[in-house]
Design a protein around this ligand. Sequence first.
Ligand SMILES: Nc1nc2c(ncn2[C@@H]2O[C@H](COP(=O)(O)O[C@H]3[C@@H](O)[C@H](n4cnc5c(=O)[nH]c(N)nc54)O[C@@H]3COP(=O)(O)O)[C@@H](O)[C@H]2O)c(=O)[nH]1
Length: 725
Amino acid sequence: MIQTSDSESDRLRARQQVLVADDNPRLLASLASLLSDHGFRPVTASNGSEACRLLQEHRFTMALLDLNMPGRDGFQVMEEASRLQPDCALVVVSGETSFRAVSRALRRGASDYIRKPFDPDEVLATLENVLGKQSLMQAHEDVQQRLEKSESLHRYIVNNSPDIVFMLDGQGRFCFLNRKVVNLLGYQPADLLGKHFRLLLDDEEASRSKLALKNPGISADHPVSFEVCLRASGSDRATRHFEITAFPISDDSWRTLGDREYSDLSLHARYYGIARDVTERKEAEAFISFQAYHDLLTRLPNRALFRDRLNMALNHASRHHQQLAVMFLDLDRFKIINDTLGHTVGDRLLQAVTQRLERCLRKGDTLSRFGGDEFTLLLPAVPDREHAAVIANKLIDTLREPFVLDNQDIYIGVSIGIAMFPEAGDTIEHLIRNADLAMYQVKSRGKDGYCFFDSSMTVDSSERLTLERDLRRAISEGELRVHYQPQVCLRTRRITGLEALVRWQHPERGLLLPADFLPLASETNLISEISHQVLKNACEEVGQWIAAGHQDLRLAVNLSPVQVEHPLFTERLMSQLRQIGFPPANLEIEITENVIMNDLEQVSHTLRELAGHGVRIAIDDFGTGYSSLNYLHHLPIHTLKIDRSFVHGIRSGNDGACIVNAIIAMAQGLKLEIVAEGVETQDQLDYLSTSDCDLVQGFLFGRAQPGYRVAELLGHQALPIASSA
Ligand SMILES: Nc1nc2c(ncn2[C@@H]2O[C@H](COP(=O)(O)O[C@H]3[C@@H](O)[C@H](n4cnc5c(=O)[nH]c(N)nc54)O[C@@H]3COP(=O)(O)O)[C@@H](O)[C@H]2O)c(=O)[nH]1
């Protein structure tokens, strides 16, 4: 029985409203007065029906009910009370003392049974007892509710934690997991309970984690933290990165918990841990590191990573006495495509080029984007130069095929310089620089090919800088000169044309030949400006001689590949000629076969435009380049210039002569004019005179000379053989 102090008991009673129902008015009154005398608030009902009505209208802590009442008896009132007010304690006060009646009353929910005539003390004691029980039950219920609230609060906190919360038993099996494991890894907690944590890890990480947990230094105050990748459920879900913090559970940790579930846990759980998903941070870190070492457009390694790989490859190659190759690749015509078709197409082209190049490489080779349209390639295990040459050819061939972007065929080529370790250098800087130098050799020869570095290409870098600075000054200060080499008609021996050749009147070094500065001009893109100046000066000067009476005098000019490939070349040239007043029909432009083959489509278009304006087109160094004779049929070509190596062959043996004969025969068939270049001897001249060659050019008739000297020669009826030849 609950022990309460008097004052507390009074306080309790004061709150209690008690229903008293009896059909005996005297008994009813005496019960009511007993109750009110002892602090209760009795509400009386003289029959069962009234009691039921009161139950509907008021709340009661207790009901003292007679069993035998007219209308609705005590059992029916009990039923109604249980339905309407289940918390109301029912006490039967009845003269009916049969076992059947008592047990029936108790079955209906009566807390106690008082026999009539009642003893007031017994009634009061029974009421105290019932009240005590009620208060005990209430207290228990309160505790229960508080526990439930507290548990659901903790459950909420644990389940809504942003991290996976888990417990492991001594063997490493999961004995608790919160629901976060569903969102983050796709498992239901039940899928993992009882399973070893290695189920989520690869072997290496499982052993690492095991070791971390076994670390003797860990405790709740010093948990262990480590990062692992956890396998998500289902094959289509990727692995995610987690930071695990875990510590062993001491027996003290369970002292406050009594719940059955937790006591089960307390039996088994030996480790508590949280797993925080750090995938986003890891991915951001990986992206930042990728960005630092890769080019984002092509996703290729950048310069920094290339240098790193080259450094490792060099160490390995020198330890094992092996060779390696560094290639420097520069795309031909990329700038023009980028300028005319836009940067989006340019970007897509670079991506497509990357894919094709990668297809030619093996695992272990490193292709990197060096910047713009430049790539570097490291072949760490090439046995010899031939091997490197085979790969260079593969790369060249794969880029020769047109790229189809935006429904148009785009032709692009590549110039490749190759530096072999150790012969072309033994440091990262030397190998890259020398491959770059070799690449410029290819560019200056007409692009689209490869070239191995050799020491003759080395120009000291400070020397290069000085030369470049001087060359810029030469262009702006007018130090460039045009010299003319006569083209002589074999039949009349008169000058019919002049080839304009650039010279540089260097203030300190004297007159420089193109070989001294054109390669650097090509590298630095100054070549266009130089060719433009030469063309302008030559047209102005030769234009005066034409105007002075040499109406048929032809001016031949060399064009750089960059000029011819520019889509606005014809328009600009024609406007320049109009400004100067130079007749287009007196102009012949010289291009090599390689320039045509590099971009057959674009160059053909330009040549047709030029021919449409009356400009003549000559193929320079004919027979030495990469060509398909097919183009001769289709393009508006007027002149073939037989390369001087074949002309020199006339003297030294039959092969050269045969080639010269073959070229002349072919040119005749195609109705092209023939110019034999590099004629140095009388024998060569005699041979050519008997073989239907039209024009000759060479030291035999004179080297390229300044305009004032050439002007004197123009008046000659027949050009004499030069004394210096
Ligand atoms: N884009 C431009 N390129 C130009 C320009 N001027 C010249 N060039 C290119 O430089 C190449 C070399 O020119 P150069 O040193 O002037 O040599 C020319 C002649 O001097 C030389 N030649 C002529 N006759 C003989 C000979 O009997 N023997 C011999 N060993 N050499 C001789 O040949 C060069 C002319 O050849 P080609 O151009 O093939 O007709 C020059 O080839 C151009 O490519 C320029 O303004 N713009």
